[in-house]
Design a protein around this ligand. Sequence first.
Ligand code: AMP
Ligand code: ZN
Ligand code: FE
Ligand code: FE
Length: 288
Amino acid sequence: MHADLHLHTHFSDGTYSPEELAAHAVRYRLRAVALTDHDTVEGCARMAVACQQLGLEFIPAAELTTELEGQELHILGYFLDPENSLLLEQLARFQEVRRQRIHEMVGRLNSMKIPLQVEAVMTLANCRAPGRPHIARALVQGGWCSSLDEAFERFLKKGKPAWAPKFKISAPDAIGLIHQAGGLAALAHPGINHSDELIPELAAAGMDGLECFHSKHSTSNTQRYLEIAEQNQLLVTGGSDCHGMSKGEPLIGSIRIPYGCVERMRERVEQRALERSLLLARTSPPAS
Ligand code: AMP
Ligand code: ZN
Ligand code: FE
Ligand code: FE
């Protein structure tokens, strides 16, 4: 029994619909999946229905853009209440700034004599959380680049001429936001960030888990993060980070974590909810 707890749909920069993703999850015999679109929970309602129809366990989630000590870190929020008002407010802010950033990056391309139009990117993205992959796809579609990699290498990677900085919230604020929405916070793909020295600080800020398993982690990376998780008493999470097809295969099939990880996460989130209701009962005035 396995799970994949890092998946994207076209509600952010993935290419699959929630229904297609759920169908792939069944094909790869997964028992549980989490939808972790960037800075949005918009796809969760449809994913929940699709999973229910196929007998899959579904965890509503999101991947938040954060920073700590000048480093961009992605924090995954699991078991979020997708209707939590503070969470939705913060996500709306992220989305607004993501749209502004598209204008800024397209402006930079225009000044390099690439007449890409913002509307073309927005139409292609067709979501509230547009990002660089949508610009990359538009550049390929318009014939200005021959591949997504080329678009990133020539224009969109940090430090390249069309890159613009992204709005981020502080990682401790993201952890607090996730907790108040009933969720658990985990650091995504630490092997990509090279920010291991920040993990104890994140754990001290209340972070619950570490994404030890990831499609871009080598076996030795995974082993290392399993040890770091244990040292810092963090839950083990993991997933493929599927955005669609990769090298001719859906990436969702590439990483599967033991279902026991999901059980431990569920225990933690239930324990949190119990503690919160006990605290509430203790602090609310007695009924007269
Ligand atoms: P953004 O959220 O706009 O900063 O875009 C980040 C996303 O771009 C990541 O989640 C990746 O999915 C994608 N990405 C980053 N580098 C590349 C690349 N070289 N080729 C294709 N996609 C990439
Ligand atoms: Zn992405
Ligand atoms: Fe990420
Ligand atoms: Fe991701």
